[in-house]
Write a protein that binds this ligand. Structure first.
Ligand code: ZOZ
Ligand code: NAD
Length: 714
């Protein structure tokens, strides 16, 4: 524990015969240095006070304790001393063995070390809106203060293992039913907790460690652990923490409490010092960092978005209308003709019905959401809305025509957004008399599912519009990342070289399946070749044709995908692309594609060679890193972590690798740079190292250090 003791983070007070300890460490009452010490100091004070017969531990502000202070973990691992650990177990032993009853009073969230603290108390009460959980696996660690030992003693083995291995919080009601919480307080929490505490005065405190009745036996537990391990293998592919959490809960069922705690500590340390945990903690803070835009302070006035409109009810427009409706915002949805409008609405209805069938929400809720979407073939009502999102076909002339029309119908002060995936926002904005109100909102497909929203800043876009979109993205359940206006913005611009390399690897000798498998094993949700089939190969083909890139002989060009498109093989939508698809969209190998590959190899004079999975990963992932470094240097992404968050939320990049830029840091930029130099020698100018990457590699620095410099100068 730290030397900088700040006991003022926990305030002792009294209400008659009950002592109250209030944790005040905003914003989330994390167990930062000073909080554990404050709790101990308060307990010692009340122990000596004979007038105090029971204690209530409560959180000040918006929540109970939301867990360990995650910033502290980096300090522990950077010291490299595994034995140091968080040192919090002794504090909780002191709480549990305290002679007077202690009641934890929970509102907001009791998460991680917060729930562990509550479980070391003798009783727990909670308001109905409270949530409790052991979310540590989401940070690549496991509970480290006996959570895996106390939770199954309160909630049973099945519930304990589920909560520790999946990490999702549960409601107060669920916590009451499973025995974690003793009472729900409907009115004032403190008053309810005081009353509850008084009922325990004079009784000997109930210690969670002594409650063994829910621990089951070998026979009843074996299937629970087998099921949990299997589920974790599937849902948390390649992740070590969920498996470790299950091992730790299993230890609770097999070892005496103190031995189980020791086993948990070993597993906790293994996880804490892993690259996976460091990466996931980077992602936790990254998710929040991207909302911080230099030059756009929190007090910039935002534009209230109470009503919206979407132009185009195709794949994206329909999804965007759902996103708005889901957030309670009424939305006009405009199409060119009735048939297109009906098609769009039918898709929306089908998507909502599927959610109802899966039990995500009720039919009544679906009806409410549908009622918020008002179909139209005209611009009637567009003059009243606060934001209009354009999602028509990708083409500059059409986009400019639509923005010219929107300029006439939209009220002054309305945000005009385009969902373009490649086109220049400034040129689109030039079709209006108010470019400061124009912005790019690049949703990802399916828009109602994917978490990423690239917010594209034009050169005239106002700070108010940017601040509004950043805040709105959160309300819409998205992670908004501000990007600059370059072709493909950040995500798709990087995706080009990544998928280009996947094609080159096939040209050079790798099997299509081998490329996909290598990246899948690396942790990508899907391989790059299969992703092309999913998104539609024709999209890139059309863009390449529009930009006149095909057959540019000055640099090596991928050939195979254009040939597939010429054969009408656009991917899943035409039943064939790189793979053949059945009616359930299941892919199979296609000998036709083998023939094409052989033919292309012969044409370009490539003798196929053995290519290892390692080279496949290096060629594709380093292509992302190199392009990412260029984007960063040119200022199209604010920080390396912004690129990481884009890749994790929009492109299925494994969070436990921290995103492409963080991953490059973990490999070592010098090593990445040297490998890229080798690729340049072999494959030419497409692999010229980004100057920023070269500089950082030569200086022995990391992208994370680059980000810290950006933050310091912001
Ligand atoms: O912030 C949301 C949340 O989910 N936080 C993380 C909760 C969590 O994962 N807790 C478990 C931590 S690991 C743990 O406890 C391990 C363990 O067993 C080890 C043993 C104990 C060791 C003890 C050591 C003495 C939450 C749901 C709480 C609130 O969501 P909101 O959307 O309302 O707010 P955010 O997420 O924007 O957060 C506000 C600011 O607080 C920062 N923050 C949140 N949780 C933190 C934390 N900082 C440090 N530690 C935490 N646990 C967050 O970064 C954000 O900061 P700003 O600067 O971006 O405003
Ligand atoms: P889509 O072909 O599915 O839908 C476009 C719709 O716009 C069609 O229904 C069409 O009838 C309608 N439309 C055309 N002109 C119109 C007009 N004047 N007024 C009203 N409606 C009109 O296309 P999509 O895939 O939804 O793409 C839309 C936009 O989103 C494009 O700019 C595209 O680049 C971008 N985008 C697409 C994806 C994706 O994966 N599909 C992802 C991100 C961004």
């Amino acid at each position: 524990m730290s030397d900088q003791v700040q006991p003022s983070l926990v305030q002792p007070s009294k209400d008659g015969d009950v002592g109250i300890l209030t944790v005040n460490n905003p914003p989330v009452n994390a167990l930062s240095p000073g909080v554990p010490e404050g709790i101990i100091a308060g307990l010692e004070q009340f122990e000596k006070d004979d007038a105090v017969k029971a204690i209530v531990l409560i959180g000040g502000g918006r929540t109970f304790i939301a867990g360990a202070d995650i910033k502290e973990f980096g300090k522990i691992t950077s010291l490299g001393d595994r034995r140091k650990g968080p040192g919090f177990l002794g504090v909780l032993d002191r709480v549990e063995s305290y002679p007077k009853p202690i009641v934890a009073a929970i509102h907001g969230t009791a998460l991680g070390g917060g729930l562990e603290t509550a479980m070391a108390c003798h009783y727990r009460v909670a308001v109905p809106s409270a949530q409790v959980g052991q979310p540590e696996v989401k940070l690549g660690i496991i509970p480290g203060a006996a959570g895996t030992q106390r939770l199954p003693r309160l909630a049973g083995v099945a519930k304990g293992v589920e909560m520790c291995a999946a990490g999702d919080p549960i409601s107060a009601k669920d916590a009451l039913e499973s025995g974690i919480v003793d009472q729900i307080v409907e009115g004032d929490l403190l008053q309810g907790a005081l009353a509850f505490a008084r009922t325990k005065i004079g009784t000997s405190p109930r210690r969670t460690r002594d409650l063994n009745s829910k621990l089951g036996n070998e026979q009843t537990n074996a299937p629970i652990f087998a099921f949990a391990r299997d589920a974790a293998r599937k849902k948390a592919r390649n992740l070590m923490a969920p498996q470790a959490a299950i091992d730790a809960v299993e230890a609770a069922t097999k070892l005496p409490f103190d031995e189980g705690v020791k086993r948990e500590a070993e597993l906790f340390q293994d996880c804490l010092f892993s690259d996976q945990s460091k990466a996931l903690i980077h992602v936790f803070f990254g998710d929040r960092e991207v909302a911080k835009i230099p030059g756009i302070s929190k007090d910039i006035a935002q534009i209230p978005v109470n009503q919206a409109a979407v132009v185009g009810a195709g794949t994206m427009g329909g999804g965007i209308a759902m996103v708005l409706a889901n957030a309670g915002i009424p939305v006009l949805l405009k199409e060119t003709d009735q048939a297109a409008l009906d098609r769009g609405l039918a898709t929306i209805r089908k998507n909502y019905s599927n959610s109802v069938k899966k039990g995500r929400f009720s039919q009544e809720e679906m009806d409410k959401r549908m009622a918020r979407i008002r179909p139209t073939l005209t611009y009637d009502g567009f003059g009243e809305v606060d934001m209009i999102v354009e999602a028509v076909f990708e083409g500059m002339a059409l986009k400019k025509q639509i923005f010219g029309e929107l300029d006439k119908v939209a009220k002054q002060g309305a945000i005009l957004a385009s969902n373009t995936s490649t086109l220049n926002i400034d040129e689109i904005a030039s079709a209006t008399s108010r470019p400061e109100w124009v912005i790019g909102t690049h949703f990802f497909s399916p828009a109602n599912v994917m978490r990423l929203l690239e917010i594209v800043r034009g050169k005239a876009t106002s700070k108010e519009v940017i601040a509004t979109l950043m805040a709105l993205s959160k309300k819409l359940g998205k992670v908004g990342v501000l990007v600059g206006n370059c072709r493909g913005f950040v995500g798709n611009r990087m995706f080009g070289p990544y998928r280009r390399e996947a094609q080159f690897l096939v040209e050079e000798g790798a099997a299509v399946e081998a490329v996909d498998q290598a990246l899948y094993d690396y942790g990508m949700a899907m391989g790059p070749v299969a992703t092309g089939d999913l998104a539609g190969l024709d999209v890139g083909w059309r863009i390449r044709k529009e930009y006149g890139e095909i057959r540019d002989t000055s640099v090596r060009q991928p050939i195979l995908e254009d040939r597939l498109c010429e054969m009408g093989r656009y991917g899943q939508k035409t039943g064939a692309g790189w793979y053949k698809y059945d009616e359930n969209r299941r892919p199979t190998h296609d000998p036709e594609v083998d023939k094409l590959i052989e033919q292309v190899r012969a044409e370009i004079g490539r003798t196929p060679r053995e290519i290892s999975a390692e080279e496949i990963v290096e060629r594709t992932i380093y292509a992302l890193v190199n392009e990412g470094a260029r984007i960063l240097e040119d200022g199209y992404a604010l920080r390396a972590v912004d690129i990481d968050i884009i890749y994790i939320n929009g492109y299925g990049f494994p969070a436990y690798r921290g995103g492409p830029m963080w991953y490059a840091d973990t490999v070592g930029l010098k090593k990445v740079y040297e490998r890229i130099r080798e690729f340049e020698k072999e494959h030419g100018a497409l692999w010229t190292p980004a100057p920023l990457l070269q500089r950082l590699a030569e200086e022995g620095k990391t992208f994370a250090e680059f980000d810290r410099k950006v933050a310091a100068t912001a």
